[in-house]
Design a protein around this ligand. Structure first.
Ligand code: ZN
Length: 156
């Protein structure tokens, strides 16, 4: 898996994330993918989320014998970022054997923070596909669709 060198693929520019940052993101996703806990699916996923300040937050999938409790790499990367105080995300790289896109649940969680997030999908051969999250989750439900809270609402 260490042969997934981003520099082997022409990228960068059009989606606003520099080629070197894309390479760093992918390298981080490859590294964390090695820590995936996937004894049931054997489908290891590594995700690396780039925050607006340049910090990278990683996540891997964590499965459970109670299958429904499994948490995807992308959502674990979001949790990692949020517990670190980051909410402003620019891009995410997701590395899998076959370069698949995030599941619907992860698309929704990512859209909470940036509906225009750049999503970089990478397979084991290092092939990349770049999307806007809006392409992967059109007409998304988000915070803007919730009714406004009354000004005097007691929110804790
Ligand atoms: Zn998911």
């Amino acid at each position: 898996m260490r042969n997934l060198a981003a520099r082997e693929v022409p990228v960068g520019g059009s989606d606003g994330v520099s080629e070197s940052l894309v390479a760093q993101l992918i390298a981080a996703a490859i590294d964390v993918r090695a820590r995936a806990y996937a004894p049931y699916s054997h489908f290891a996923v590594g995700a690396a989320l780039l925050a607006g300040d340049g910090q990278i937050y990683t996540g891997c999938n964590v499965e459970n014998a109670s299958y429904g409790l499994t948490v995807c790499a992308e959502r674990n990367a979001v949790a990692h970022a949020v517990v670190s105080g980051a909410h402003d995300f620019v891009a995410i790289a997701v590395v899998t054997e076959n370069g698949v896109a995030p599941c619907g649940a992860c698309r929704q969680v990512l859209a909470e923070f940036n509906p225009q997030l750049t999503v970089i999908l990478v397979d084991a051969a290092g092939r990349q596909r770049h999307f806007s999250l809006a392409e992967l989750l059109p007409a998304a439900f988000g915070p803007d669709q919730l009714p406004a809270m009354p000004a005097d609402a007691d929110v804790e």
